[in-house]
Design a protein around this ligand. Sequence first.
Ligand code: ZN
Length: 256
Amino acid sequence: MKSTPEDAEILRQAAAAIVERGHVVALTGAGISVDSGIPDFRSPGGIWDRFDPMEYAQIEAFRANPEKVWKMLRALGDMVGDAEPNPGHIGLAQLERLGFLKTVITQNVDRLHQRAGNTDVVEFHGSDQYLVCLQCGKRYEDKEVNQRGKDDAPRCECNAVLKPDVVFFGEPIPEEALVRAQMAARECKVMMVVGTSAVVFPASQIPFAAKRTGATVIEVNLEATPLTGSVTDIFLKGSSSTILPKLVETIEETIV
Ligand code: ZN
């Protein structure tokens, strides 16, 4: 992406909004992890091209045939491999260290925000780092019980098959995550929407909730989304791994 004087001006506007208004909350989605090598599941070549989500990502499908779903989960594990936070995640962690960013609300399950250094992360869709037993409710760390390269599904000590602690289709969003996200959205002065078109409930509610209480909405996406023409005040077009480091740089220049 070649940057133009207009791009630099929009970056300065975004930096000024963050510095003047403080208290930033970010809503992130698959787009921020693409540059860590995690493909957007919904995009062509993504996991849902190879595995029909109706057959593999429904909670009923898991209950009916967990061994089959675990084959998909293993393939997914191989695709995601040892993903590391990219400059987009690191940019958000720097925004927290600078005292502006308070909370990250994410639709991702990869824990890359926590690994980059963000300390208050609301996970709408759970986390793939934990496994949970649907029989007895016991939780395990994935790396404790799940060995890559194995064929059979990991099991609980009660012998039931374990499920990744991520939200499958047909399962509710964890109540606590919903409540925390709504509170964060109402309290923020700047809402950053990064790498998501936020069209899927409940993420779709968050930018609107922030806007209603007077927040400035800054959007960072590769392409315009339904938000761009509605709630977005400042649209930074481009990949989050390019834009966020530049935004942090611009903020640092502003505050010295
Ligand atoms: Zn169990």
